[in-house]
Design a protein around this ligand. Structure first.
Ligand code: EPU
Length: 420
């Protein structure tokens, strides 16, 4: 199995171009099922999760090919409505294919999705929302069998009891070809939802209000193909900024989505790093020692502080002066990386949803296993800040979401190697 060998102690310095967003690219690839024709999706990151999405599309008869960060799809001859358990298990995002296949084909068979182990990840809101749209859903032998009661799914008024990203995406994907109007109250406001809606609008869909809590969709009879470019990855931005804050140095991120990264930037600025932004650019300089962040960092749905940036920022705060406190409000088990950071010398106490980080003078190299995607990235950040060499294994978790992370880190002057 491959691993990363990281030798810390070097300051990072340089410019990198950010990858396209994983969490946009995946639902957009699912959405490519909806138009009866061809789509060209640009700025798509090369990731194992994107390859999994391509395998799902091909298994449904929607032709999908990938080259040079462009995905080409042709859904004219889509022939199947069933996604195998094996493909469903490859990633969490496989679940958004449910809404898309239902929208286009009026029926589908899926199973419980895989993905990072961050605690229980139920799909009750996805199921209850689709039921409201006139879909019969029954579970048998681990399979979830969905059939539209009438000719098309029906528009409905749906009040989510939590602004779930995946449930909002599934409802939108089913609603764009449904009969009538769908209103989603308490919808997720994440920028990746707006990116999905941007793609669907280019295909001819009628969607209003994305980016706000109430989204209104008027179903169309047909959609057409389009060309679309995926937004930059705001979590990859947070990751490279946190690495630079932790190791010290200076970074310019090009092709960045500045406004969408703001909830993270406003917190990392409190560590004493200099942050400035320009047209699609983010600059960060980490000079002297970092300070702890005084206010509790609460992970919240957008525009709150993103749960996906909690682990990487924690690595930087492990070497800050003073004590910082995180409160993880989105997932039950999102502190699994803390044991590896502790092995590197970090002083972290976890109590339920709270993690207390007392900054230490320095970290030291250690061997660690990536526990999940963002947790794995946090181990690289800590290893870059540490004295000595660290080996990080189970890096398939990291490859699910970061495009050639070792090349980006090396471009910044970091010492990282991928070894067999
Ligand atoms: N939830 C339910 N029932 C549901 C759906 C969600 O209880 O039917 C709960 C979840 O268990 C969780 C919370 O609601 O506790 C939030 O889940 P949400 O549905 O919003 O998240 P998701 O769609 O599963 C996406 C991202 C995650 C990101 C979260 C929150 C993708 C592919 N995944 O997950 O990204 O952390 O939104 O912003 O878009 C990552 O990239 O590392 C990652 C985990």
């Amino acid at each position: 199995m491959q691993k990363f060998v990281v030798t810390g102690g070097r300051r990072l310095r340089g410019e990198i171009k950010l990858q396209g967003s994983k969490n946009s690219a995946l639902p957009i690839m699912a959405a490519a099922i909806l138009p009866e024709g061809q789509c060209l999706i640009k700025n798509c990151p090369e990731l194992t999760d994107v390859y999994s999405a391509a395998r799902i599309l091909n298994s449904l008869g929607c032709k999908c090919s990938f080259s040079d960060n462009q995905v080409f799809t042709d859904s004219a001859l889509i022939s199947s409505t069933e996604i195998s358990e094996e493909l469903m298990r490859e990633m969490r995002s496989s679940i958004v294919f449910m809404g898309a296949v239902l929208g286009r084909m009026k029926e589908c068979t899926v199973s419980i999705p895989g993905g990072c182990e961050l605690g229980p990840r139920p799909i009750d809101m996805h199921i209850s929302s689709l039921r409201k749209m006139g879909i019969d859903i029954r579970e048998t032998g681990g399979r979830i069998i969905c059939r539209t009661r009438s000719e098309r799914p029906k528009g409905a008024k749906i009040n989510l009891n939590f602004p779930s990203v995946g449930a909002t995406e599934n409802i939108i994907l089913c609603a764009v070809l449904a009969d009538g109007e769908t209103v989603i109250n308490n919808a997720a406001r994440e920028p990746e939802i707006s990116d999905l809606c941007g793609f669907l609008r280019k295909c001819g869909a009628d969607i209003k209000g994305d980016g706000e809590s109430r989204i209104i969709i008027n179903g169309k009879e047909k959609l057409h193909g389009c060309e679309y470019s995926v937004m930059p990855d705001r979590i990859a931005a947070a990751t490279y900024l946190s690495m630079t804050a932790a190791a010290g140095g200076e970074i310019i991120l090009k092709n960045a989505c500045v406004a969408e990264t703001e909830p993270f930037l406003s917190v990392i600025e409190q560590t004493g790093c200099t942050v400035s932004t320009g047209e699609r650019k983010i600059y960060l300089r980490s000079g002297a020692r970092l300070h702890a962040v005084r206010d509790r960092i609460r992970t919240m749905p957008y525009p709150g502080f993103p749960t996906d940036a909690q682990a990487v920022l924690m690595s930087a705060l492990s070497v800050a002066d003073g004590t910082s406190v995180f409160e993880e409000n989105i997932f039950d088990c999102r502190y699994r990386h803390t044991q590896a950071l502790a092995k590197m010398g970090a002083d972290i106490q976890v109590m339920g949803k709270i993690a207390v980080i007392k900054g230490v003078n320095r970290l030291h190299g250690a061997n660690a296993e990536a526990t999940d995607l963002r947790g794995g990235a946090s181990m690289i950040a800590a290893a870059l800040a540490a004295e000595g060499t660290s080996e990080i294994s189970r890096i398939y978790h990291i490859d699910r979401g970061y495009e050639k992370i070792e090349e980006a880190v090396r471009l910044l002057g970091g010492d990282i190697k991928r070894v067999q």
